[in-house]
Design a protein around this ligand. Structure first.
Ligand code: UD1
Length: 423
C-alpha cells in the first residue's frame, strides 16, 4: 500500500499561509551543532521527515537529540564519533554535511556515500578539494568519503562553481582550522548566511557572508548556542506560484520577501500583483491568466533550481510560450514527462525546455520523482480538469510540512489517499 494525494482542480487559492524554517538550513545547522560540546537548540524547525533522519545521523555520532515539534535540542559530547554509517546516511543525502564539522572537530571523518539522486549526479569533488586545501587527506574508500588531518590550516580556496554543499562543508571545517581561510566563488544562498549567523553566535570569526568571498579566521573552540532557523524561501515561493497559477490571492508569512526578489519579479512579469509591505511576508494576487515568461536557473541570487518545476507548471498554463533553462542539475527535466501526462505542451532539448501554454491541463496519475517535482505536480493538479493523483508523495512530505492541510485551508480540494498504485 502506498499513499497518494488526490487533487481536484479548479479552486482559486485565497487566504494566508504560514511558512516555517527552511529544510536546507535546518539540516546544516543540526550538523553545525557537532562543532561545540554541550546543548545547541534550534527553533522554528520544519516538522518534516528529514529532521528526525538527521537526528538519527547525529545520534549515530554520539549526540543526544530531542525533536519536540519545531524545537530541536542537540547535546554534543566532548568526543563525538567520527563515522556516519550507510544505514543512516542512505536515507538522507544532505547528511554529507557532517563531513566538514567532523573534520573540524575530530580531525577525521568517515561518511558513507548516499548514492544516486533523481535530480542528477551529485559529486563531492569540490568538497574534497576544499578540505584538502585545508590540509586534510580525503579519498573515497569502500563507499565512504574519508577525510583526516594532523592539523587543519587556513588556505585560499577557489570553488569551480558556487556549490552550496561544498561551501558549507569547507566553512564548517575552516572555523576550527588554524589561521585564515578565504573561500572564493562561495555560494551566497540565504541558508549559507543563516549558517554563518549561527556559527558566529557560537564564536566563529567569519566575514563576507552573502557575498561570493567568505573569510574565516579559525578559532580554538566554539560554544553551543540557540538559533531560530530562517524561513523557507522555496516553500514560500511554492505558495506564490500556487497563487499565481490558480488566479488566487495568497499572503505568505514567515519568509523574508527579499530572498525571493527575482521570483516575485518573474511573477509580476507574468501578471501578478505583489505586495511587499511587510519584512517577513508578501501577498500575491493574480487577476487573470498568467502570461508566459522565461526562467533560467542559477545559483542564488539567480532563480533557484528547486523552483524549476514550479516555473514549468506555471508556464504550462500561461498564455504564450516560455523557455526554461536548467543550469544546475541536469536530470531535473524528468519532471517534464509527468507534466506531459497532464496535457502540457512541452519539449526538452539538453538544458532547455520549451513550453507552449494551454488553457487547461487534464487530470492523470503522475509520479513525484523528488520533493520539488512533487510540489510542481500538485500545483499542476490544481489547474487540471478532474482528479489528479500524485504518487510517491513521501518525497513531498520530506520538504513541505502540512502541505495538504495548508492547501485545503487556502480552498483547494485535496486529500491524502492510502491505496495500491495503478501503475
Ligand atoms: C543544495 C540544496 C538543493 C539545491 C542545491 C542548489 C540542500 C540539502 N540541498 O544541494 O536543494 O537544489 O543546493 O541550490 O541544501 N557539484 C559538483 N561537485 C561538488 C559539489 C557540487 O560538481 O563537489 C555540482 C552538482 O552536481 C550540481 C551543482 O554543483 O550540478 C550544484 O550543487 P550544490 O550547490 O552543491 O547542491 P547541493 O548542496 O547538493
Amino acid at each position: 500500500m502506498s499513499e497518494h494525494f488526490r487533487i481536484c482542480g479548479g479552486a482559486r487559492l485565497t487566504g494566508e499561509v504560514q511558512v516555517v524554517g527552511a529544510k536546507n538550513s535546518v539540516l546544516k545547522l543540526m550538523a553545525a551543532a557537532l562543532l561545540a560540546e554541550g546543548t545547541t537548540t534550534l527553533t522554528n524547525c520544519p516538522e518534516i521527515l528529514d529532521v528526525p533522519l538527521m537526528a538519527d545521523v547525529l545520534r549515530g555520532l554520539g549526540c543526544d537529540v530531542e525533536v519536540a515539534g519545531s524545537k530541536v535540542s542537540i547535546v554534543t559530547p566532548a568526543e563525538p564519533k567520527y563515522e556516519a554509517d550507510y544505514g543512516s546516511v542512505s536515507k538522507l543525502r544532505a547528511s554529507v554535511c557532517v563531513l566538514g564539522p567532523l573534520l573540524g572537530r575530530c580531525r577525521r571523518a568517515k561518511v558513507a556515500l548516499p548514492g544516486g539522486d533523481a535530480i542528477g549526479s551529485r559529486p563531492l569533488d569540490m568538497h574534497q578539494n576544499g578540505l584538502r586545501k585545508l590540509g586534510a587527506r580525503s579519498e573515497i574508500e569502500h563507499g565512504c568519503v574519508v577525510a583526516e588531518a594532523e592539523g587543519l590550516h587556513g588556505a585560499q580556496i577557489w570553488l569551480d562553481f558556487p556549490s552550496v554543499g561544498a561551501t558549507e562543508n569547507i566553512l564548517m571545517a575552516a572555523v576550527l582550522a588554524e589561521g585564515t581561510t578565504v573561500i572564493d566563488n562561495a555560494a551566497r544562498e540565504p541558508e549559507i548566511v543563516d549558517l554563518c549567523v549561527m556559527l558566529k553566535q557560537m564564536g566563529a570569526r567569519i566575514s563576507g557572508e552573502g557575498t561570493s568571498t567568505l573569510t574565516v579566521d579559525g578559532v580554538d573552540a566554539l560554544s553551543p548556542t540557540e538559533h531560530r532557523v530562517i524561513g523557507d524561501r522555496i516553500v514560500g515561493a511554492t505558495w506564490a506560484f500556487a497563487a499565481a497559477m490558480t488566479r488566487g490571492d495568497v499572503t505568505v508569512r514567515g519568509v523574508n520577501p527579499h530572498h525571493l526578489d527575482l521570483v516575485l519579479e518573474k511573477l509580476r512579469l507574468a501578471g501578478a500583483q505583489v505586495d511587499l509591505s511587510w519584512p517577513d511576508a508578501f501577498r500575491v494576487v493574480m487577476p487573470g491568466r498568467p502570461t508566459a515568461v522565461d526562467f533560467v536557473t542559477l545559483p542564488y541570487p539567480g532563480f533557484a533550481t528547486d523552483l524549476q518545476p514550479m516555473a514549468i507548471a506555471l508556464s504550462a498554463i500561461a498564455e504564450g510560450t516560455s523557455m526554461i533553462t536548467e543550469n544546475v542539475f541536469e536530470a531535473r527535466f524528468r519532471f517534464v514527462e509527468e507534466m506531459i501526462r497532464l496535457g502540457a505542451d512541452a519539449r526538452t532539448d539538453g538544458h532547455h525546455a520549451v513550453i507552449r501554454g494551454v488553457e487547461r491541463l487534464s487530470s492523470a496519475p503522475v509520479w513525484a520523482s523528488d520533493i520539488r517535482a512533487g510540489a510542481g505536480l500538485v500545483l499542476a493538479g490544481l489547474c487540471a480538469e478532474g482528479a489528479t493523483d500524485v504518487w510517491d508523495v513521501f518525497h513531498i512530505d520530506r520538504g513541505y510540512p502540512r502541505f495538504l492541510e495548508n492547501l485545503a485551508a487556502l480552498g483547494a480540494d485535496v486529500r491524502r489517499v492510502t491505496a495500491a498504485p495503478e501503475r
